[in-house]
Ligand binder design. Structure first.
Ligand SMILES: [Zn+2]
Length: 130
């Protein structure tokens, strides 16, 4: 029995070689999938229940796809975007704008009223309310 487990573990490791595996974004997707599944189960309405079941499958399939994906660079970038988004949501002292000319993200302190912002990359000037 132990041998079988070992063989399975080796096979699984071989299968996962070069594949992405899991990250914070996948944890979120799985969580959303599970939440949709539970919400769907407790919905009295059949149509809504069906919609949430589909959502649950969607989230879980997406997280499986990301886990077994061989395009690790793309998956890494997706996770990075998600982490940046989380950071921005948690950051209550700053506001984030993107430069109208070069799309560079500019971080400015919050609560300063209307301020003139100079883009650090292309030196474009624009005003925003913070
Ligand atoms: Zn710029």
């Amino acid at each position: 029995m132990k041998k079988l487990g070992q063989r399975f573990s080796v096979a699984f490791r071989r299968f996962m070689t070069g594949r992405y595996g899991t990250d914070k974004l996948n944890t979120l997707l799985l969580g959303l999938g599970l939440a949709s599944c539970l919400i769907g189960a407790f919905m009295g309405n059949d149509t809504l229940s069906l919609i949430f079941s589909f959502l649950a499958y969607g989230f879980m399939l997406l997280s499986l796809f990301r886990c077994f994906s061989r395009n690790t660079y793309k998956r890494y970038r997706e996770n990075r975007k998600y982490m940046l988004l989380l950071e921005r949501i948690r950051d209550r002292k700053h506001r984030y704008f993107s430069c109208p000319r070069c799309r560079q993200t500019v971080r400015v302190p919050k609560g300063k009223g209307k301020i003139a912002i100079t883009c650090p990359k292309c030196k474009e000037k624009f005003t925003k309310k913070t």
